[in-house]
Design a protein around this ligand. Structure first.
Ligand code: ATP
Ligand code: MG
Length: 432
């Protein structure tokens, strides 16, 4: 027999038992972002490789070793997007969304990085991201962070910690960088291979290392704080004041960095200890330099991206996800002559009760087999339509989850009966 073809390592199917979890997360996020006046933007999954090289930067994990890059048939170098910010800025520039206006945008979808797959780290993963443009002050930083805090609250995710830092301006960072290079050079024998490579190209990224053997060395490194100018300090202090006013608790983490030149001032991450090593569920910050780096006029910008797989893992661990009943009602159809009437009845019920989830039995079989399927569907009620019922102009109703006797309901009263018995809002779809 031919060998089955399997999915690519680190790329996962979302199976029907899991899709309700994804839909739950997606719909809550969409709802909350809408309440804050954010608009959805959808970008292509593939962009010119050059876009990511110019925005993310040549000396980063992503561009050095994680991108899925290929030549298309014209010989253009294309890349599956490893993140959403670059494409979002590209689209906003291309369509003139940044000229003399502010934007509050969000997107969602798959991202691709050739990393070592492990729990919470995949090669195709999914992000929901927010990008705002045109607002330079800490007020928008605070708003964006308040959105994330509300998300966890309304999703019922507890125990996340907000870590906050400021990276200052690129000039301030340049002076700090020299100091860092001096420090790490003096301890060159204790650097791992990645860090040695970054020492001169991107030393801030060393602070971001995941190697526990480097923790002590990194812990002793100088901190950026000492190099901040007055404006940077004021921006950070005002942001912290706004977060306090909004009741968003945070801790300072002077080691929190993003090693890219376009970042400035605010950086934040939401972290948890419930997911093992992959503890960051959401990361963001201010990137005032990026729009100009991609050819636009200097434009202030703040955003974040969150990892949906990690959020779903948290929701699953906390049992905060909706049960996945597929149907409210299952229509059992006995005999060929009932099939036409059954189909017509099902369509009439769907007209009358647009919120009803009704599964019609297909594929034949006896009562026993049909009731087994009815039970598996999660439905509350089975409707039974056979020769007998047809002759009397009624439908049998069997309660699948309650110990109640079977009933017979006249066809013309069925819609009313169902809406009364099940409630207009079908149960078991949403969390309280
Ligand atoms: P990490 O330090 O975990 O590699 P990162 O700094 O590369 O994260 P970002 O580019 O900031 O991550 O992406 C934002 C969020 O997207 C992360 O906080 C995480 O929740 C999620 N994420 C990033 N890479 C992956 C991945 N390979 N698999 C699953 N989720 C991911
Ligand atoms: Mg990474």
């Amino acid at each position: 027999m031919a060998k089955n073809i399997q999915a690519i390592r680190g790329m996962h199917d979302v199976l029907p038992v899991q899709t309700p979890h994804w839909q739950f997360l997606e719909s809550r996020v969409r709802d909350i972002l809408g309440r804050y006046g954010y608009e959805e933007i959808r970008m292509p999954i593939v962009e010119f490789t050059e876009l990511f090289k110019r925005s993310i930067g040549e000396v980063t994990d992503i561009v050095e070793k994680e991108m899925y890059t290929f030549q298309d048939r014209n010989g253009d170098s294309l890349t599956l997007r490893p993140e959403g910010t670059a494409g979002c800025v590209r689209a906003a520039l291309e369509h003139g969304l940044l000229h003399n206006q502010t934007q509050r945008l969000w997107y969602q979808g798959p991202m691709f990085r050739h990393e070592r797959p492990q729990k919470g780290r995949y090669r195709q993963f999914h992000q929901i991201g927010v990008e705002t443009f045109g607002m330079p002050g800490p007020d928008i930083d605070a708003e964006v962070i308040a959105i994330t805090a509300r998300l966890w609250r309304e999703l019922g995710i507890e125990g996340l910690e907000l870590q906050l830092n400021t990276l200052g301006t690129s000039e301030e960072r340049a002076r700090y960088r020299d100091e860092l290079v001096r420090y790490f050079s003096a301890h060159a024998d204790r650097l791992d291979e990645d860090s040695r490579r970054r020492l001169h190209s991107n030393p801030l990224r060393i602070l971001d290392t995941k190697n526990p053997e480097m923790a002590e060395l990194v812990g002793g490194a100088p901190v950026l704080e000492a190099y901040l100018g007055d404006d940077s300090r004021r921006h950070f202090e005002r942001l912290r004041g706004l977060l306090d006013a909004a009741g968003v608790a945070h801790v300072l983490n002077p080691r929190l960095v993003r090693g890219l030149d376009y970042y400035s001032l605010t950086v934040f991450e939401w972290v948890t200890d419930q997911l093992g090593a992959q503890g960051t569920v959401c990361a963001g910050g201010r990137y005032d330099g990026l729009v100009a780096q991609l050819g636009g006029r200097p434009t202030p910008a703040v955003g974040f991206a969150m990892g949906m797989e990690r959020l779903i893992a948290l929701l699953e661990a906390r049992d905060r996800l909706p049960a996945s009943a597929r149907a409210d009602v299952y229509l059992v159809v006995m005999g060929e002559s009932a099939q036409g009437e059954g189909l017509a009845l099902a369509e009439r019920l769907r007209d009358a009760l647009p919120r009803l989830r009704l599964l019609t039995h297909c594929g034949g079989g006896g009562f026993k087999a049909q009731f087994k399927r009815a039970d598996r569907s999660g439905a509350q009620l089975a409707l039974i339509l056979g020769e007998d019922e047809l002759g009397k102009g009624e439908v049998g109703v069997k309660h699948l989850r309650e110990d109640k006797p079977q009933e017979s309901i006249p066809l013309d009263r069925l819609a009313g009966y169902l809406s009364h018995t099940l409630g207009v809002q079908p149960p078991a779809r949403n969390l309280p």
